[in-house]
Design a protein around this ligand. Structure first.
Ligand code: ATP
Ligand code: MG
Length: 556
């Protein structure tokens, strides 16, 4: 179902650079900071960076942008690698860490000092802010700005040696305190942080800033196109300035694109972290999370995410994409690929009184209505079945085509049955629906082509296996969480409902992460963690139709 690649400015730019000989091959990189799990927004960046490299016969590096030891964790490093692979991309042996370059970055800083382009500054963080100026007022030069090269070299070496406390000094670029771009007003390149680092341990107590490390890491790796989100556009002059001052192997081009925002969810690591830390969700991989591991756990196929990213395209203007578009990519992919199965979420007993008590038979049902290559499966049938409680009513409203007294319906692939009576409990609740079957309708076809009511899903009570099924819904009720109220007040109160149903026997032995369409119910996935033959556990990936379209229309 992958759409033919449509052209966008990044594709055109790379194509042009290659055909004009500006570059001889394409090298991109995906540079996550390991301070959380990847989310659907990152998927866009991954698909662009890895996808474009692949398309143009180049390569893409996975680089951990780990310059801030305070928030980073090896747990996130491992999760990010797993998620990128799951999405279908491979960095080969090009796995890097910005921290791998700490020694070389330090040497670049020394080179900058030697060129008179950087200085050690003793202003506090507060003083730095106060002297930075504003968009309308220039900044004020630091009193430490005109120290000698020798003094700066000495001080910087002592920063590295741990002689100063955190916050006592920084290394700053010497650019222009009157620049209209605040990023060019003598930005901080190094700060002192006496914290162990997830990759380099206690080796360092000074750490480069993102701005210093990023472009130089790109240059060290021979990156040609450094593709990033629009918020970095203001940093580009600094990116280029550093590469121009220093003796670097190449000068990569930073190109910005619009980030992915999605309705009914949040794509900010900080907010996602809050949901996890407050226990609002069960973890980073909670199936309601827009994280890649959450989407995976929910059962979303990676191909659906790649297709979604292709369809939303790339531009240079900020926008917010409708969640319904992601959901429809998921439905389309699953409709094409997921085998069908029968399961009942809220069971009601049905007894076929005309069917012999000790008799059983096996029906051969196709796994997919349109794809015979998916084969068939054996589904057992007997006198006692489970049907969906809501498929029966004593008092059918107008237009109700399902089961009610006197009505004939089709049991998918089995028989036509007619309701002849009910059994109730002491409270008058229906406990059992009694039916007779038409033996001539074996396989579910009316022998005389007569008109019958709806086709119902069912499972044999004698053979069915009990299922735990988690019905997930969108995590937020607001279209743009956090814009009118605190995003935590806009959590969907019933985004998770757990049911205990029954399914055809094969569902017990399917592998974790197997995906199905349960007829008439939606798409379901055997939970990656909790599913086992002894405890079949499934997640609803998505319903068959968009149930939010109506709700949203009503709200408007
Ligand atoms: P967040 O804003 O969620 O904290 P981040 O940008 O700080 O994310 P990084 O780990 O720095 O997270 O992101 C790695 C790469 O992914 C960056 O190049 C960034 O531009 C890109 N990226 C992050 N969020 C999005 C998004 N919503 N859409 C597209 N690309 C994104
Ligand atoms: Mg970032």
């Amino acid at each position: 179902m992958t759409s033919p690649s449509s052209s966008h400015f990044l594709r055109e730019r790379i194509h042009d650079d290659l055909s004009r000989g500006v570059v001889s091959s394409v090298v991109t990189r995906f540079p996550p900071e390991p301070n959380g799990f990847l989310h659907i927004g990152h998927a866009k960046s991954i698909c662009l960076n890895f996808g474009l490299a692949q398309e143009f016969g180049g390569r893409c590096h996975l680089r951990f942008d780990d310059t801030n030891p305070e928030k980073e964790d090896p747990l996130f490093v491992a999760a990010i690698q797993e998620d990128v692979r799951w999405l279908g991309f491979d960095w080969g042996h090009h796995l890097y860490h910005a921290s791998d370059y700490f020694e070389r970055l330090y040497q670049f800083a020394v080179e900058l000092i030697e060129k008179g382009k950087a200085y050690v500054c003793h202003l506090s963080a507060e003083e730095l802010r106060a002297t930075r100026g504003t968009l309308t007022e220039p900044g004020i030069e630091s009193p430490y700005r005109n120290r000698s090269v020798a003094e700066n070299l000495d001080l910087f070496a002592r920063m590295r040696a741990g002689e100063f406390d955190e916050g006592a000094c920084t290394l700053r670029a010497k650019i222009d305190m009157t620049s209209p771009n605040l990023n060019m007003r003598d930005p901080v390149l190094y700060r002192i942080l006496k914290r162990p680092h997830q990759n380099t341990g206690d080796a360092w107590c000074i750490y480069p800033t993102y701005d210093f490390a990023h472009g130089l890491s790109d240059a060290l790796e021979g990156v040609t196109h450094s593709i990033c989100t629009l918020e970095f556009a203001d940093h580009k002059p600094l990116y280029d300035w550093l590469l121009e001052q220093l003796d670097v192997p190449c000068h990569p081009q930073q190109i910005e694109f619009n980030r992915l925002n999605l309705t009914y969810t949040v794509t900010s690591k900080r907010k996602l972290k809050t949901l996890v830390e407050r226990g609002i969700v069960a973890g980073w991989d909670d199936p309601r999370m827009p994280t890649l591991s959450g989407l995976r756990r929910r059962g979303v196929p990676p191909a659906a995410i790649r297709e979604f990213v292709e369809r939303i395209g790339v531009s240079r203007s900020e926008s917010c994409v409708d969640m319904a578009l992601l959901e429809s990519c998921i439905r389309e992919e699953l409709d094409r690929t997921a085998p069908r199965a029968l399961a009942v979420l809220k069971p009601l007993r049905l007894v076929v009184t005309s069917y012999p008590e000790d008799h059983e038979e096996i029906f051969l049902l196709p796994n997919h209505p349109k794809d015979p290559s998916l084969g068939t499966r054996e589904v057992p049938f007997c006198r006692e079945l489970w049907i969906e409680a809501e498929d029966f009513t004593l008092t059918p409203p107008k237009g109700f085509r399902r089961l009610s007294p006197g009505r004939e319906v089709r049991l998918r692939g089995a028989y036509l049955v007619t309701c002849t009576g009910i059994e109730t409990d002491a409270l008058g609740q229906v406990t059992t629906v009694l039916c007779t079957h038409d033996p001539a309708s074996r396989g579910g076809d009316a022998p005389d082509g007569r008109n019958v009511g709806a086709t119902l899903h069912w499972v044999s009570a004698r053979h069915a296996i009990p299922l735990t099924v988690r019905l997930y819904d969108r995590l937020f009720t607001a279209e743009h969480p956090g814009t009118e109220r605190d995003f935590l007040e806009e959590i969907h109160p019933s985004s998770l409902e757990v049911c205990h149903g029954f399914g055809e026997p094969g569902l017990a032995t399917c592998a974790p992460e197997s995906r199905f369409q349960w007829e008439r119910l939606g798409f379901f996935c055997a939970d990656r963690v909790d599913h086992s033959p002894n405890q079949p556990t499934f997640n609803r990936i998505i319903g068959l139709r968009d149930s939010w379209a109506k709700k949203t229309a009503r709200q408007r």
